[in-house]
Write a protein that binds this ligand. Sequence first.
Ligand code: T5A
Ligand code: NA
Length: 211
Amino acid sequence: MSHRGAFIVIEGLDRSGKTTQTETIQKRIQEAGKEVVCIKFPDRSTSIGKMIDSYLRSQSNLDDHVVHLLFSANRWELASTILAHLKQGKVVLCDRYAFSGIAFSVAKNLPPINLAWARAPDASLPSPDLTLFLDISPEAAQSRGGYGEERYEKEGMQRRSQERISDGKGGGKGTWIIVDAGRDMSAVTEEMWVHIRPLLDGLDTPVGRLW
Ligand code: T5A
Ligand code: NA
């Protein structure tokens, strides 16, 4: 019986170490002899992604509803690609997903962007089999490199989005694991690996859909 690949998402606040860990885990999966495809949201390379990039770097202004829908559209652009890779038996490792989209928009505290409104555009996107949420305090994140350059990298926004980021977890079909990301890099990798390794041989269940 041929198995599909596992869809694994790495989530967390800005500077929690998502990209660093994605690269390390990618190498580990390859060393284990498995095929892996890495995806990152926002994917700033598409035409929608370029609009998001310009907004995040404060080079353009967009209505808060519009930018929320663009982040979601950016995921929909890649949904069929994700499903195709999974069908081919590859692991898809994804740096941020819909949970970031909901958390950051709801953290803006701008009615009518409430939880229900924010979740709607991502409904029925492919659901991760496993989400590893890298948990870190905004203070610890702030002390790491590069913090403060982009629009959302302000402490109040980070704190509010941290309070919201797990709101999406109830609707996903997969497992949601909280990892203490305030430790050194290798300790974080080891804990993530414990949850990832059992998925490397693939799954025989259909890919779930969000909420
Ligand atoms: N957003 C995103 C939305 O509003 N809606 C959405 O739908 C989506 C998908 C950009 C912004 O977009 C928002 C959220 C964001 O505000 P991004 O492009 O993912 O999102 O942001 P980036 O700036 O690329 O990355 P992050 O800020 O999220 O950082 P990472 O990837 O979490 O952290 P990383 O790995 O780059 O590490 C940061 C620094 O810390 C060090 C690293 O060496 C690096 O210098 N570091 C550690 N230091 C000590 N101990 C450890 N364990 C460390 N791990 C990493
Ligand atoms: Na990153």
